[in-house]
Write a protein that binds this ligand. Structure first.
Ligand code: NIG
Ligand code: FE
Length: 402
């Protein structure tokens, strides 16, 4: 049990009590009563000091602190880690969504619509749009977010998208290879030269990651060979890798991600047995990030999460919040979909939305509650984490601002 002596708690600290169930997602606490896989401490207290957790343990042993918050028997979970989002965009594609609901399939072509609106928006407008989407996420329990570019698709517009994203998170991803923009159709090679040359150079100071929409099933996205070339150049420039793969049909995305030791391959909707085997072997390195809001919003079959979990693949859940395939910023909604539609247990879904996401971002500090770590506490308006899936569409989670 993590604990510190009472006299080590400094002034200005806050003790949070009335926690019926504290989900730590911390290995040290895992394996308790009933085979608990989430590291749950019951009737718990947490002491927070200077934005960090100073103490975790049973409320009966909690040290005194200057401030006290009583949550009245609610559950507390680690803030969600949304490891895949596209928040830097302007414009609206609700008409495309409506058309899709009447049967028109998604193929990535609508990205060009958002690209035009994003290019036309000034910096202040873009910044305001990202800020309001981030605040929407926080209100639903998300404390760590990854943000991709990919709606500028010129040197200046990609660099500016990432510059704006960097104002909100360190987890920024270069996605010049989202689609080939309309003005470059017929000149794919020249566009790829731009993405691997001047655009990469301009984006490098603002990016930690690089991603590519590797999808031979979309005429707008990139093939195996093109993706390999782009990711190779990005890795050589010092960026760590992520891949959009196997979203619209079977394809090379998973193989490529595993081969290039990407931290994550995202979507994973259409996988062969060989893809699953590769992901099992690469479980320490490459996480399969499932984005069930996309299947919901594009009316597509869900990925087979059970097949992945049962095989031993590392799985994360994220929103993919974007104007085309899933305009939802809600991690609780993704958890509810994962449980109801992908047969994940509530515990598996919560782990995937916290520690799974952190692993997909190679972050050791996020998605867990541990002494010395950040006080990323999310409070559920109910006694257990099951309420996340049990009460879909209800705003049951909030971050605790201390
Ligand atoms: O992750 N698949 C590629 N990119 C986004 C969708 C982008 C859009 O349609 O605007 C995704 O689903
Ligand atoms: Fe995406």
């Amino acid at each position: 049990m993590n604990s510190v002596e009472q006299d080590e708690i400094g002034s200005g600290a806050t003790v949070v009590v009335g926690i019926a169930e504290l989900v730590t997602c911390e290995e040290a606490f895992v394996g308790g009563r009933g085979g608990d896989s989430l590291g749950i401490v019951r009737d718990a207290a947490v002491v927070v000091e200077g934005g960090r957790i100073a103490w975790i343990g049973p409320a009966s042993r909690a040290p005194a602190a200057e401030n006290r918050i009583d949550l009245g028997g609610r559950a507390v979970v680690p803030g969600f880690v949304d490891s895949h989002s596209h928040l830097v965009f302007a414009g609206d594609r609700s008409a495309e969504f409506s058309a899709r609901m009447t049967g028109i399939p998604y193929d990535g072509g609508g990205i060009a619509t958002t690209m035009s609106a994003t290019r036309a928006a000034d910096d202040q407008t873009l910044r305001g749009l990202v800020a309001s989407r981030i605040s929407e996420m926080r209100r639903q329990g998300t404390t760590t977010v990854e943000i991709k570019g990919g709606y500028g698709l010129t040197v200046e517009d990609e660099a500016r998208s990432l510059r704006v994203a960097r104002e909100f998170t360190t987890e920024t991803t270069y996605l010049g290879a989202h689609v080939v923009p309309p003005e470059a159709r017929g000149e794919r090679t020249a566009y790829i030269d731009l993405v691997t040359g001047p655009m990469l150079e301009a984006c490098l100071p603002h990016a930690k990651w690089a991603d590519v929409f590797c999808e031979p099933n979309s005429p707008h996205a990139f093939t195996d060979e093109e993706s390999r070339e782009i990711l190779g150049a990005c890795a050589a420039a010092g960026l760590a890798l992520r891949v959009h793969g196997n979203q619209l049909g079977p394809g090379p995305g998973v193989r490529l991600a595993v081969e290039l030791e990407a931290a994550s391959v995202d979507h994973c909707t259409y996988l062969s047995d060989e893809d699953v085997d590769l992901l099992v072997q690469a479980a320490d390195t490459t996480t399969a990030t499932l984005l069930p809001g996309v299947e919901f919003s594009t009316r597509s079959p869900y990925p087979d999460a059970r097949r992945l979990l049962d095989a031993g693949v590392s799985v994360a859940l994220a929103t993919d919040c974007n104007p085309g395939t899933c305009y939802s910023s809600s991690m609780p909604f993704m958890i509810a979909l994962a449980v109801r539609e992908m047969r994940m247990t509530p515990a598996e879904a919560l782990w995937a939305a916290t520690r799974g996401g952190a692993k997909a971002l190679r972050r050791n500090d996020a998605g867990r509650l541990s002494v010395g770590g950040p006080a990323d506490l999310a409070v559920i308006d109910g006694p257990s984490h099951e309420h996340l899936a049990y009460r879909p569409g209800v705003p049951v989670v909030r971050t605790l601002e201390l």
